[in-house]
Design a protein around this ligand. Structure first.
Ligand code: PLP
Length: 460
């Protein structure tokens, strides 16, 4: 094929296949062109859980045009900017007091996790613990597509790239917490949680605690497992083990954080499960931070980690050209301030939980729906071949992406995901914008339920 014959010049997704083209966005809707036809969709997934303020917000456009006039670029290794400072201060001030003491801004969730892994390793070096080099993350996790982030991930994608990853001996995996499938019938939830925690402790001891650098968990897993909320005691139990063995506790809130699932009108998802004393040592964020208007993500640092660096070398090793980019930080700050002013995190928590309740009710008799789970603005529906045995559909059928396509044709965006390294099969996620109304909830439930019924007809 010559360059002139190519259908597409963007080298990503399915090469030389033309994807639908987004034309514009307006509130909770997007206009998309597919095969020459323009359709309007309710954007129930906001890309990959990115949207918070809704699309095409005129206030944000104004903010962006003003930001372009009052910012200039600087290289963060030797000239900082007040907007990166202000955004860090905003995040710290709007988290529980004492949770965080610093932030490092970068361009994507993968980049955040990649940097966080490096900060974890430097933290232990600063303390003279040179043997603490191993990460423990979870089976069926997703932390991004850069090599480090992919190495601590453990989903289908990581499996396909096994040969280019960091050594498995450095990136250990503990079983994910997945009550729907992995809790034994004879076990209570508390016993299941204890089994997982015992398993983690055994792993730390077997590997030698002096070699373990961090335990890394998605507070609410997103594109990996489909929003399986951690049961009571699970995250506090991990935190206690981290304290016991001088291991850093790192949470990935790239997808579930920055207001999507906070019960108090704030930012962090972990506030559903942990006190400030139990909070993470390091946390990564992204997606809704810039609400799709700017490419921004970041790492939040606890006072403990900051103080260790300060007492040690006093330096963070490395700087990216676009870290703490002034324009991106200013727009993200204004977006966050607007979300706060409009009380949109409270709205998404309330409306999202309503969406979850209504989906559960509307899909309860569907033979295809095994589980509906989530918190606040982040929900998933797990599709099963047999509801009683929880048998999954054969993976090659790719039922989740088929449902994604049916929803698209019915006027709704959702995101399908398959996990093939535990028997979790297919699930489909929803993560709407924080501006969602009760009427939008009804529309989403109606279209989604119709789409599941359409899928059922096809599968029979
Ligand atoms: N971490 C989690 C939990 C994610 O869900 C994602 C993306 O979906 C990432 C990290 C990677 O973020 P990005 O795609 O911005 O690199």
């Amino acid at each position: 094929m010559t360059v002139e014959d190519q259908k597409s010049y963007v080298f990503q997704a399915k090469i030389d296949e033309q994807l639908p083209n987004v034309l514009s966005g307006n509130g909770i809707k997007i206009q998309v062109e597919k095969d020459g036809k323009v359709t309007e969709l309710i954007d129930a997934m906001t890309g990959a859980a990115v949207g918070a303020l809704g699309w095409g917000d005129p206030e944000v456009h104004k903010i962006m045009s003003e930001a372009a006039t009052v910012t200039s670029y600087s290289y963060p290794a030797y000239i900082g900017n007040k907007h990166a400072e202000a955004l860090a201060k905003f995040y710290i001030d709007n988290s529980p007091k004492g949770a965080f003491a610093g932030a490092l801004w970068c361009g994507s969730g993968s980049e955040s996790n990649e940097n966080a892994l490096k900060l974890v390793r430097q933290y232990h070096l600063e303390k003279g613990n040179i043997k603490k080099t191993k990460f423990i993350s979870r089976t069926t996790s997703y932390h991004g597509f850069t090599i480090g982030a992919l190495s601590i991930s453990s989903n289908t994608r990581a499996k396909n790239f096994k040969d280019i990853l960091l050594p498995e001996s450095q990136c250990l995996k503990m079983p994910v917490c997945y009550e729907y499938r992995n809790k034994k019938k004879t076990e209570s939830t508390a016993e299941y949680v204890q089994r997982l925690l015992d398993n983690l402790e055994e792993m730390i001891l077997a590997e030698d605690p002096d070699t373990i650098a961090a335990v890394i968990v998605e507070t609410l897993p997103g594109s990996s497992l489909g929003t399986a909320p951690p049961p009571a005691g699970y995250l506090p139990g991990i935190r206690a083990l981290c304290n016991k063995y001088d291991v850093l506790f790192m949470l990935d809130e790239v997808m579930c954080g920055t207001g999507r699932c906070n019960p108090n009108g704030g930012l962090n998802c972990w506030e559903n499960f942990l006190t400030v004393e139990q909070g993470p040592d390091i946390q990564t964020v992204g997606k809704t931070l810039g609400s799709g208007y700017v490419s921004i993500a970041g790492i939040l640092i606890s006072p403990k980690v900051r103080n260790t660096f300060l007492k040690g070398s006093g330096k963070v090793f490395g700087a990216h050209t676009y870290s703490g980019h002034a324009f991106n930080c200013l727009v993200a700050l204004k977006v966050q301030e607007r979300i706060k002013e409009l009380k949109l995190t409270s709205n998404i928590f309330k409306m999202g939980n309503l969406l979850g309740e209504k989906l559960t009710e509307s899909l309860k008799d569907s033979p295809l729906v095994g589980d509906v789970r989530g918190i606040g603005g982040f929900w998933s529906v797990e599709l099963v071949k047999n509801k009683d045995t929880k048998e999954s559909f054969p993976l090659p059928l790719d039922v989740c992406h088929h449902l994604q396509d049916i929803c698209f044709d019915n006027g709704l965006t959702v995101m399908g995901n398959q996990c093939c390294n535990v028997d979790s099969g297919d699930h489909v996620s929803l993560a709407p914008s924080f501006i969602i109304t009760e009427e939008n909830v009804e529309q989403i439930v109606q279209i989604f339920t119709k789409s599941v019924n359409d899928l059922q007809k096809e599968l029979i």
